[in-house]
Design a protein around this ligand. Structure first.
Ligand code: ZN
Length: 379
């Protein structure tokens, strides 16, 4: 057992990280984890943090390992932007967090999720900490790629880079069976359609509603025949993303509210004490901006599925006999393939990818989705 055993299909990264954790001379204060969504960037950062705090380099069994992985170690802070990007206020808090001396003897670790969501101002506020790190501080940044639209060259040049790859389908299926007790056939199916996104594979394997939403999204290519059909399909896509996001956050939000009520002494039946309304509206604001982000992420995944569907269409149209990803929907894929040409399919894949790009920028998601649905319609 080791803290790295949940890092699926990332043998090369695990080797670098466990060596650094065991060899102080190989240690450096800033690391940048990159990898496609769902490859396990933040899982890797947390595992590394545990290995650094563990006297045995990440045994997976001791108190340090347990508390880091459970998110309750006093010297490991995980930060994520509350809105679509980090605010300067959040960045200042991060700088203060990093500067604290470790409460225990080892390291003071700050895990920075979504480091691609630094604004220029936030980036400037952070740079000094990165350039002159406080003693014992370790900064672990997570971002999708090394490209300059994700991470500024200045930040990149000051971090040691760990690249995670899209985990192989078989490795994802294996972990679903081993850790989550999923039936092997279901695990293989979910791993294949999730295309290397571990969290999504797990949800698809365990949640019938998540599977239903995927089927609804992938019905879109057959609904966009007319203008009204395309507009309805776009609306459905947005509401599927909302539903997916709600399923992901509802439980967390309820727990946060219960925790806040308990902290303020407003337990069962007792009203919240005077003067605490501000704390509740702060929480509500935070939850709302997180929901916006989760919704965009869910829409992005739906669009990824849709692009995958059209890639399957293209596979069938080119007739090479290669295996398709959405094998359970082979009939629908074949129907779309028969009705159009490979050239039109390539154009459609481009339309879906353009929409993904728009959704990643701060645009009106319904307008972007409608434009895409209309582009998917003709020829
Ligand atoms: Zn340990």
């Amino acid at each position: 057992m080791s803290v790295f055993s949940d890092l699926v299909g990332q043998e090369a990264a695990v080797e670098v990280l466990s060596h650094a954790a065991r060899t102080p001379a190989a240690m450096t204060h800033a690391w940048l984890f990159t990898g496609p969504p769902g490859s396990g960037r933040s899982v890797a950062a947390r595992a590394f943090a545990a290995a650094l705090q563990c006297p045995d380099g990440g045994c997976g069994d001791c108190e340090a390992c347990h508390t880091v992985l459970a998110g309750s170690h006093p010297d490991v802070e995980v930060v994520a932007p509350e809105g679509l990007s980090y605010s300067v206020r959040e960045m200042r808090q991060l700088v203060v967090d990093a500067a604290m001396a470790p409460l225990r003897r080892r390291y003071r670790i700050v895990i920075i999720e979504d480091a691609d969501r630094f604004t220029e101002q936030a980036s400037n506020a952070f740079l000094k900490t990165l350039e002159e790190p406080p003693p014992r501080a370790v900064l672990l940044l997570c971002a999708p790629t090394l490209e300059s639209e994700d991470v500024s060259p200045t930040i990149r040049s000051r971090c040691r880079h760990v690249a995670l790859r899209t985990p192989p389908t078989a490795a994802v299926a294996e972990v679903l069976v081993r850790r989550d007790g999923v039936d092997p056939a279901m695990a293989a199916f979910a791993a294949r359609i999730a295309q290397g996104h571990i969290g999504r594979a797990r949800r698809l394997a365990r949640d019938e509603d998540a599977r239903r939403r995927r089927r609804e999204v992938l019905a879109l290519p057959q609904q966009v025949g007319t203008v009204p059909g395309a507009l309805t399909a776009a609306e459905n896509l947005i509401s599927a993303a909302k539903e997916e996001s709600l399923a992901l956050t509802a439980e967390l939000e309820a727990r946060e509210l219960a925790d806040l009520r308990a902290a303020l002494g407003a337990t069962e039946g007792k009203p919240a004490p005077r003067g605490t309304a501000g704390a509740f509206s702060d929480l509500e604001k935070r939850q709302k901006s997180r929901a916006t982000r989760t919704e965009r992420d869910a829409l992005d995944r739906a669009l990824t599925d849709l692009a995958g569907f059209y890639r399957d269409v293209l596979v069938m149209q080119s007739g090479g006999g290669a295996e398709i990803v959405n094998a359970d929907l082979a009939e629908q894929v074949a129907a779309v393939a028969r009705a159009t040409t490979a050239e039109a399919t390539v154009r459609r894949i481009d339309a879906v990818l353009a929409c993904r790009e728009q959704v990643g920028l701060n645009v009106n998601t319904l307008l972007a989705t409608e434009a895409m649905a209309l582009a998917l319609r003709a020829g």
